[in-house]
Structures are given as C-alpha cells and as structure tokens.
Design a protein around this ligand. Structure first.
Ligand code: ATP
Ligand code: MG
Ligand code: MG
Ligand code: MG
Length: 468
C-alpha cells in the first residue's frame, strides 16, 4: 500500500465507524496564538474539547499536516539522525467529543491495525503501554483484546524512569488524562529497547499510535476532578505506519520519501547516495513548502524565522551534497507530484512557493559560501573541540547563519559551541545598540533584538498548549 492509500484507508475505516471526515487545518493555528505551529491533530479541535465550540458531530477523523520544528515539540535536530522523525508529517487521528471512550478507542485502533480487512499487522510485533494507574485500559488490553501481559507496559509520569511518560495535559490547568500507546517492533537487528527501558529512544520499538483519554480536569490548585464528558484524542504518524506496511525500517524509505530523495539526487547531482543530507533536504522541502502554502514567509522573527532556519539548514545540506546554485525550489515539483492530490492548496500555490524559496536561496547564497569559509578556517585553527562564541556570533550576525545551523555543522564534526561566549557577544551588541540609540536609530540592530525577545515569547507561551 502506498502512503496515499493508507491515508485513505484510515479515513474510510473511521468513516465507517460514524466519524465525520474533516479536512486538515493549516499549519498556522487559527484558534491559538500561543502555539507556534499546528503540531497534532487535536489542535483544530481544542475548543471543542474545552466545550467552548460546538460542532454538529461528536466523532471526527482527520489526516492533519503537522510541523514540529520549534517550541515544545521540536524534532528539527532529530532529522538526519533518527528513522522516525520529520519536521513535517501527517498525523492520522480519530476523535471522540464526549462520545465513545477507552473501550471503543482501543478496539478501533486494534481492529484497524490487525484485521486482515484493514492493515493486517502481525499481532506479535505489537506491544502497548498504559499509564501506570490506568487499570481500566490495562484490563481492556489484557482481557478483551488479549494482548499477552508481557507486552503491556505500565509507564508513569514525566520525570519518571527514562524519557517516556503516559499522562497528557492540555496545559497547567484544564483537560488531562492517561495515554495508551502502540509500538511496533522492527526487529532485533535494530538498536533499541521497549518503552520503559534505558534503550527506549532507539529505533527498534517505534511508537506508531498514541491514544489520549481526556478523563479529568485539573484546576489551578492542582486538584483533579472527573470530566463530565470524557473524550478521546489519537494520533498515528502516516509515515511510520507506511514504513511498517511497506516492510522498511526507516520512514525515509517509504514510497513518498524515496521519490523525493530521487529528486534531491537529481537536483544536487550528488554521487553519495548514502548521505543523510538527502533525508534532511527531502524532509525540509515538505515543511518549508507547506509553511509557505499556509502563509508563512521567511523573515527575522517568529514563525518566519523558524521557516528561515529550516530553509538555511536545507540549503547548507544541499551544498554539502554538491549543489552549486539554487536547487531547493526545484523540489517543489516533485512534492506536488507526491502530495498535490491530497493537498490541492499545494498544487494551486506551486508557483508562488517556488518563487519564495528561490528568493531565499538567492539571498542566502551570497553569504553561505563566505560563512562556510570562515567557519572552516576557525575549525582548522581550533585547539580544543569547542567553536568560540565569537565565531558563532559572527556567522549569525554577518553571514545569516542561525545558531542551530552552526550547531548542525558542529555536530557533524563532533564539536560543540561556546554558547556562553555567543550570549556575551549578543549582549555586547545590545549594549552598543542601546548606546547608539541615544543618537540615532539603527533598524538592523532593532531587528536582531526583536528576534531575541520574540523567541523567548514563543518558548514560554508554548507551555500553555500541548498536543498529544
Ligand atoms: P516520539 O516519542 O517517537 O518522538 P511522540 O510521542 O513525540 O513520538 P506524539 O506527540 O504522541 O509523538 O504524536 C502522535 C504520533 O505522531 C506518534 O505516535 C507518531 O506516530 C507521530 N509522530 C510524532 N512526532 C513525529 C515526527 N516528528 N515525525 C513523524 N511522526 C511523528
Ligand atoms: Mg516526540
Ligand atoms: Mg513518545
Ligand atoms: Mg506519544
């Protein structure tokens, strides 16, 4: 089954279970100015869960475009390193607004994944987690579904063992509740362990589906009361389930990515077909193109700066592959072939997206080469393994290298960045700007100050809304 068929099968299955099929909402959330980008299927339904928005359906299903490249959920640095993370991905979801609860949610997920009429996955490859105190979910898995108890794992709260936690909350107050997750075992030849073990962050056991039971409402004093109408919010990564169904381990080996990677090879003329940079560029063209479709433009602040950071990272990886001129915008065509049918807005805005990407490429090309030369020189002269803050600052300030771009290069060479030195150089510049401000206004300085304050804003505001 190709990705398009899997997406359709998911929506068909839930439509048969009386869910309304709802279109993906844009990446810029319309109902939540505190959230950087739509990063889960539930985002467009936040107010429905809160009860402040009413719909004429109580069951919905979507394939939601998501970006996780900043704020609370940031997978930018995972791209090129893990088999399962993208900056842009599609989250398949089913939602119950005070309608069905744990039993049906678990039954639906299991039937869709394992029934031969649907995905037909071998049950012995699947394991599940529940929240440590959620005996109700445990019993459904063990006694009604019949999952062997050695493959049902109880997981606690944040700050418990290892990284995983199984209690979800919309924010510090408001709806919250336990999760249950479904993992697929890609086999012993891949490094990693089941959830709840020290090796859980490996790529052997991959989380494919996360089901949230909104069961309580938390008040400001921390006390929890049962929600009058418990709800369900689920999310399954389309690319992850596609990898499982297509018998490949990495998301980057699925049909859609193989075609995009072919386009990257052609556009950069690279001979190195094993390079991780191929994955980075193929991933980034999706987030960049869809962000432009949804109205974000590269800029020096807020959402626009996140887009600029992703683009500049992609352009640098393209250059590493051997591209000598603007190449990134030419990939939009391949993307439209893969996704234009499911997302007609992409097809409609193709020319505009290409133009925006090309302009950014041209602008960055001027300084990328010079900046890289300076960085190479400074690295060659390094005595330790830390790139000085003054270099990081110079690249940022004069050559348009976002700090995470320099960090990305450093990581490839097993070097670190002197962030304290970078902060000090930033502060010095702020002081200079303030002093200069007594005499005249320097708009360039003002702009870089804006970038700073804006970012602190987003990071701190992010805490208010957490997706799945
Ligand atoms: P992981 O633990 O693997 O980082 P997650 O717990 O952060 O995943 P959720 O927030 O639970 O993910 O999102 C629901 C589902 O969306 C996941 O089970 C997974 O299938 C998919 N998903 C999450 N993040 C990504 C990503 N960056 N790229 C691709 N798919 C993702
Ligand atoms: Mg994650
Ligand atoms: Mg997880
Ligand atoms: Mg999860």
């Amino acid at each position: 089954m190709n990705s398009a068929q899997i997406r359709q099968a998911f929506l068909d299955y839930f439509e048969q279970q009386q869910h309304s099929v709802i279109a993906s909402s844009p990446l810029v959330p319309g109902n939540d100015p505190t959230l950087l980008f739509t990063n889960a299927g539930m985002v467009q339904f936040k107010d429905v869960f809160l009860g402040t928005d009413k719909r004429n359906y109580s069951r919905a299903t979507t394939s939601q475009r998501c970006v996780r490249a900043g704020g609370k959920h940031n997978d930018l640095e995972n791209v090129g390193y893990t088999a399962r993370h993208h900056t842009f991905f599609e989250m398949l979801g089913n939602f119950s607004f005070g309608d069905y609860f744990k039993r049906e949610a678990i039954q639906f997920a299991w039937e869709f994944l394992t029934s031969d009429a649907w995905m037909g996955l071998p049950v012995e490859k699947l394991s599940v987690t529940v929240y440590q105190e959620d005996d109700e979910a445990y019993d459904i898995w063990a006694n009604e579904i019949g999952v062997p108890t050695e493959r049902i794992i109880r997981i606690g709260d944040k700050g418990g063992r290892y990284n995983s936690d199984n209690f979800w909350a919309m924010g510090d107050t408001g709806p919250c509740g336990p999760c249950t997750e479904i993992f697929y075992d890609h086999g012993p030849e891949i490094w990693g362990g089941p959830p709840g073990t020290p090796e859980e962050d490996g790529d052997r056991f991959i989380e494919i589906w996360n089901i949230v039971f909104m069961q309580f409402v938390r008040s400001a004093d921390g006390s929890m009361a049962p929600l009058p109408k418990p709800s369900v919010d689920t999310g399954m990564g389309l690319e992850r389930i596609a990898a499982v169904l297509q018998g490949v381990h990495s998301n980057y080996e699925i049909d859609l990515f193989q075609n995009l990677i072919k386009a990257v090879v052609k556009a950069t003329q690279t001979q190195d077909l094993e390079s991780k940079s191929l994955q980075v560029v193929a991933d980034h063209i999706r987030s960049c193109a869809f962000l432009v479709v949804d109205g974000v433009l590269p800029s020096n602040e807020g959402r626009g700066y996140v887009l600029r950071r992703i683009m500049r990272r992609a352009i640098r990886h393209g250059n590493k592959l051997g591209a000598t001129g603007p190449f990134f915008h030419t990939l939009v065509d391949a993307l439209v072939k893969e996704m234009g049918e499911a997302y007609p807005e992409l097809k409609q805005k193709q020319a505009q997206v290409e133009q925006v990407l090309l302009k950014e490429e041209q602008q960055f090309a001027k300084t990328l080469e010079q900046g890289m030369r300076i960085l190479e020189q400074d690295i060659a002269e390094l005595s330790g393994t830390e790139i000085p803050g003054s270099t990081v600052f110079k690249l940022y300030d004069t050559y348009g290298f976002p700090v995470d771009l320099t960090a990305d290069i450093a990581r490839e060479r097993e070097l670190s960045l002197d962030m304290e030195g970078f902060e000090a150089a930033m502060n010095e510049q702020r002081e200079r700007a303030r002093a200069a401000g007594q005499f005249s206004v320097d708009y360039n300085e003002a702009l870089s100050l804006d970038v700073e304050s804006c970012f602190e804003g987003y990071e701190s505001l992010q805490g208010q809304a957490q997706p799945v």
